[in-house]
Design a protein around this ligand. Structure first.
Ligand SMILES: Nc1ncnc2c1ncn2[C@@H]1O[C@H](COP(=O)(O)OP(=O)(O)O)[C@@H](O)[C@H]1O
Ligand SMILES: [Mg+2]
Length: 1007
């Protein structure tokens, strides 16, 4: 946290100074510089000191510490403003710009690079390839632009000799989608001439020292070439050889084609050769001395060597009558023309490179409907205020540009601020600051300003000299408080007559030498060079010179002067910046020696003064860091106060905002304007932001809860409706079933089969049980109808059959149900025609004797006797006893077993006629029934079983267990367990028992 940075490092924000005086300001600045704290805030403005040494404060850890954090959470840093600009852009969809200002060597370009790196590092977390490639081009473009636009000056080894404003475009995601670079006033005079100790643009040295020079006919020693001679010996921190590689690589990465890259270096080589073209005059005409260079130039520029020579020595002019004549140059003109050509070649090359990069990174296929709002962060790195020993046209332009930017700063930071306080009716003590509008007017005012006077001089026909331009200014600007010259203040020996004029810039007095002003402003280039290059057979070069297309008679319009072009570009730059939310980085150079230790008080104080930093602190202190319309403030923070969440019931939004402020105890940190709330310290807002951040997830949960509740209620209502519908439908189905059953069965009494053939309708699920019961009911009723028709005499048989059916059905194959059950077969004439009368007699006697009332069953059978022998016997079952009879001895009773002894029966599931009668005495009777004449091949077992079971249940009221065994019957004889199996045997005439190992086998015949 900024506050946590110990006080031994000084104050991290100048706003916290005890007293706002220059002394305290400088003391703090110095203390922080000495402690290695190069950044300090004035509110949101970063004051940056050039450390002149590597600082370990730009690594990944630092980036992570600043990513997404508020300005005041960390010590002051470039990354913090970069993040603030990025957040403003992302959160509020605001276009923002970061204006970096300061004098040459103060660290602007380095700052802009760190800002770019930071933005590149925090964007595109998902690593999308197209975004990565845009970022790559944006980052790499720096390397190329620096090679061609930077040079070593006496102040800075890597001084930007052009102004740069770079827009980075972002999509709604906050990822960079493209960009655009504007370049301003390249110092092209450097191509042909440098001040003592300075170098030409880096690109020349990089080509000579790092390129493969054979194909360009170059020698690697820069001192061989006039244009690079001055800088050939100067030591610099630049490694030209390595840089060349890096630039080549960057060009490739950005997307320049092989041909394009070659053309770039061909142009550079041509310029170097051009500088070495010497002229000689024999008094009449001028000649090119060294044809070798010319040949190289023609080869490299793909132009005709004769035409190159001609363009260097002659100019085509149109006479008044429309005639075209060739006019030979003087030696001086030839040199001037050559140098102008070199400068123009370089300038157009630079412009073309920028244009090409723009082409590549321009946002393509952008559709706001599809891609959301396209927002922009602009980064301005433009030459700072310059005061040299000899200041010329370039310094004049540069310093004018700085005046314009200072105006913007005043406008945005000082003036707008104060105007707003007035407008909002906030108590406010006006801060005086120097408004440099008057200087801006001095330079750019139409008709009266220096640029106008200069243009006028350039347009005047006839011989006009730089001194005439000075005279003209001395007349027109004599009274201007910011203008002077030796003529106007003759006692001032720091200026020369006929040479110097002085402007009192906001940043200090600068004395300019008028020498070369007219030429530089006219920026004359003979048309012949343009046509020469337009006819180059190298398409890349041709593209750079479209204006060479016009013939000499077609060129009528005078081109705009350099000063005018520059003025226009700066005005459009200021317009571009003015519509964005500005963030400022104010760079200060601690000393002139590039020393990391030296803090030059006077130099620093001078910069602090002209950058208006003290005024900035005062306005900031008196003022308010944040302001927001009440409604917006409320919208953003209303959840932090119980009276305003979710909606307030107060008279106005202002009252509601007051409630929020009071709840948080900020009363003394705010002021209430007519439409906006003003918050003095960012900390208050930051606290609100923090609280908001804590509440948002809770609100999200709350909303989710409410919505989930609503969803659940909706679902519940739907379910209820479904149930109602289902209920109605079920009731309908039930009723429909009733109606259907009723309809189908309504006539059932009168039907022949009493409805047995009626198909029951399928019941709905709810009526399954009901259905089973009704079907049963109907069956019973139907059975009742059936039974009702049976005569009482048949009832006994029916009952026995039902009993047999119940006891055996499903298990025994045949129960003999389809025939009449005669019961007393031994007494039946039809069954036993020979013996029945005898048996009838016998049974009458037995009946009298034993007093039974009913014969349940009688018949012949095979029986196993106590010696395990099988014999023919008669069996008689009455309601009292079971008799074993000897048919051969007039049915003598061999054994009488009371019926009460009978406990159960066992039969097989087959068609055999074997029955085991189980006795309570464990001495069971095993027999196999035999047929008489009646139904000789029908089953009698069923009849015996049915009759006995019926008798037991109906008369004796006890149950008789009947066991149906698949093949083996188990029984006891005289207490011993035996098993009986049934087996078929070929050749067996009648069923008969045979003893087996553990009982008996009943052999039955195959049929
Ligand atoms: N943040 C920094 N850390 C280390 N060195 C710096 C820093 N800023 C500037 N410098 C040094 O100062 C020199 C000049 O900086 P530069 O950004 O080119 O100045 P300007 O663009 O303002 O003219 C750089 O070459 C570098 O050596
Ligand atoms: Mg720079």
């Amino acid at each position: 946290m900024a506050e946590m940075e110990g006080l031994e490092f000084g104050k991290s924000d100048f706003v916290l100074l005890d007293e706002v005086t220059m002394e305290e300001f400088m003391e703090n600045l110095k203390l922080r510089f000495e402690k290695g704290r190069i950044y300090t805030y004035i509110g949101e403005v970063v004051v940056s000191m050039n450390p002149y040494r590597e600082m370990d404060i730009y690594g990944k850890d630092t980036i992570d510490a600043y990513r997404g954090r508020e300005l005041y959470e960390n010590p002051p840093h470039l990354f913090a403003v970069s993040d603030a600009a990025y957040k403003a852009m992302k959160r509020r969809a605001k276009d923002t710009c970061i204006v970096i200002s300061g004098e040459s060597g103060a660290g602007k370009t380095e700052a802009s690079k760190y800002i770019m790196q930071y933005i590149a590092a925090i964007t595109n977390p998902s690593q999308r390839a197209e975004v990565e490639s845009v970022k790559n081009v944006l980052l790499k473009s720096n390397c190329v632009l620096e090679a061609f636009g930077n040079a070593k000056t006496n102040r800075n080894d890597n001084s930007s000799r052009f102004g740069k404003y770079m827009d980075i475009n972002f999509n709604f995601n906050g990822d960079p989608t493209g960009g655009h670079i504007n370049n301003y006033l390249l110092e092209k005079s450097r191509v042909v001439q440098q001040q003592e100790g300075e170098r030409n643009f880096h690109s020349f040295y990089q080509l000579l020292r790092g390129g493969s020079n054979d194909s360009f006919h170059l020698q690697s020693d820069p001192s061989v070439y006039v244009y690079t001679k001055e800088g050939s010996t100067s030591t610099t921190s630049n490694n030209d050889h390595a840089s060349h590689k890096a630039v080549m690589n960057a060009l490739e990465v950005i997307g320049f084609s092989k041909e394009e890259i070659l053309s770039i270096y061909q142009i550079l080589a041509s310029i170097l050769h051009l500088g070495n073209v010497p002229f000689e005059s024999d008094g009449e005409s001028v000649q090119v001395l060294d044809l070798e260079s010319v040949n190289y130039i023609s080869e490299l520029t793909a132009t005709d060597p004769d035409k190159v020579i001609k363009s260097l020595l002659y100019r085509t002019v149109a006479t008044g009558g429309g005639e075209v004549i060739e006019k030979g140059h003087t030696e001086e003109e030839a040199c001037f023309g050559r140098d102008a050509f070199s400068k123009a070649l370089y300038e157009r090359l630079f412009g073309w490179i920028v244009g090409r990069i723009n082409n590549i990174i321009e946002v393509k296929d952008y559709n706001p409907v599809l891609h959301g709002k396209n927002t922009v962060i602009g980064v301005l790195d433009i030459y700072g205020f310059e005061i040299f020993d000899n200041n010329s046209f370039e310094q004049f332009c540069i310093n004018y540009c700085n005046e314009k930017l200072q105006q913007l700063f005043i406008e945005l930071i000082l003036q707008q601020e104060q105007n707003e306080y007035n407008r909002e009716g906030i108590q406010w003590q006006h801060i005086d600051y120097f408004d440099n509008q008057i200087i801006v007017d001095l330079v750019e005012q139409p008709h009266k300003g220096i640029i106008s006077i200069l243009d006028e001089a350039c347009l005047t026909v006839g011989k006009v000299t730089d001194t005439m331009f000075l005279d003209s200014m001395d007349v027109k600007l004599a009274k201007h408080p910011h203008y002077s010259s030796r003529k106007l203040s003759p006692t001032d020996k720091t200026m020369d007559f006929q040479k110097h004029f002085r402007i009192r810039h906001y940043a200090g007095d600068v004395t300019y030498s008028v020498e070369g002003f007219l030429d530089k402003n006219r920026d004359l280039l003979f048309q012949d060079f343009k046509r020469l290059m337009y006819h180059s057979s190298n398409p890349v070069m041709k593209e750079m010179w479209p204006d060479g297309q016009l013939g000499i008679t077609e060129v009528t319009k005078r081109p705009l002067t350099a000063a005018n072009l520059f003025k226009n570009s700066i005005i459009s730059l200021v317009d571009k910046l003015a519509c964005k939310e500005p963030y400022y980085v104010r760079c200060i150079k601690p000393n002139e020696l590039k020393s990391p230790l030296l803090f030059d008080d006077a130099r620093c104080q001078h910069q602090v003064a002209y950058l208006g930093l003290l005024e900035n602190v005062m306005v900031r202190r008196a003022g308010f860091a944040y302001r927001q319309p009440y409604a917006r403030f409320l919208q953003r923070y209303k959840m932090t106060c119980e009276y305003t969440w979710p909606n307030h019931l107060m008279d106005s939004d202002r009252d509601a905002v007051e409630a929020i402020v009071k709840q948080h105890g900020f009363q003394n940190d705010v002021a209430y304007g007519h439409t906006k709330l003003f918050v003095r310290t960012p900390r208050s807002l930051f606290t609100l932001e923090q609280e908001r951040a804590v509440l948002i997830p809770i609100l999200v949960l709350f909303l989710q809860k409410v919505w989930r509740g609503a969803l659940a209620r909706m679902r519940c209502r739907r379910m209820r409706a479904i149930h109602t519908i289902m209920g109605c439908y079920k009731r309908y189905k039930v009723k429909a079933h009733f109606w259907e059953v009723e309809q189908r069965f309504t006539n059932v009494r009168n039907m022949a089969d009493y409805g047995k053939s009626i198909e029951w309708p399928t019941p709905p699920a709810a009526l399954t049980q009901f259905h089973t019961i009704t079907v049963m009911l109907h069956r019973r009723w139907w059975a009742r109808q059936m039974v009702k028709k049976i005569p009482p005499s048949d009832m006994l048989e029916i009952r026995a059959k039902v009993a047999a059916l119940t006891a055996l059905s499903g298990e025994r194959k045949d129960c003999g149900l389809s025939r009449a059950w005669e019961r007393d077969y031994l007494a039946n004439v039809r069954d036993c025609p020979q013996s029945s009368s005898g048996f009838a007699r016998f049974s009458r006697e037995l009946r009298n004797k034993d007093e039974y009332s009913q014969v349940l069953f009688s018949g012949f059978c095979r029986k196993v006797n106590r010696f395990n022998k099988s014999t023919d016997r008669g069996v008689l079952v009455t309601d009292k006893c079971i008799y074993k009879l000897e048919p051969k001895k007039q049915y003598k009773v061999l054994k009488r077993i009371p019926l009460d002894n009978l406990t159960g029966l066992s039969v097989t599931s087959g068609v055999d006629q074997m029955v085991a009668l189980h006795m309570s005495s464990q001495d069971d009777v095993l027999l196999c029934l035999q047929h008489g004449e009646l139904f000789p091949d029908r089953d009698r077992v069923g009849e015996l079983v049915g009759t006995l079971v019926d008798h037991f249940t109906r008369v004796k009221k006890t149950s008789l267990s009947v066991k149906v065994c698949p093949s083996t019957i188990r029984l006891h004889m005289r207490g011993k367990p035996k098993t009986v199996t049934v087996e078929t045997k070929v050749g067996q005439a009648n069923a008969d028992f045979k003893k087996s190992k553990d009982g008996f086998v009943l052999w039955v015949p195959t049929n």
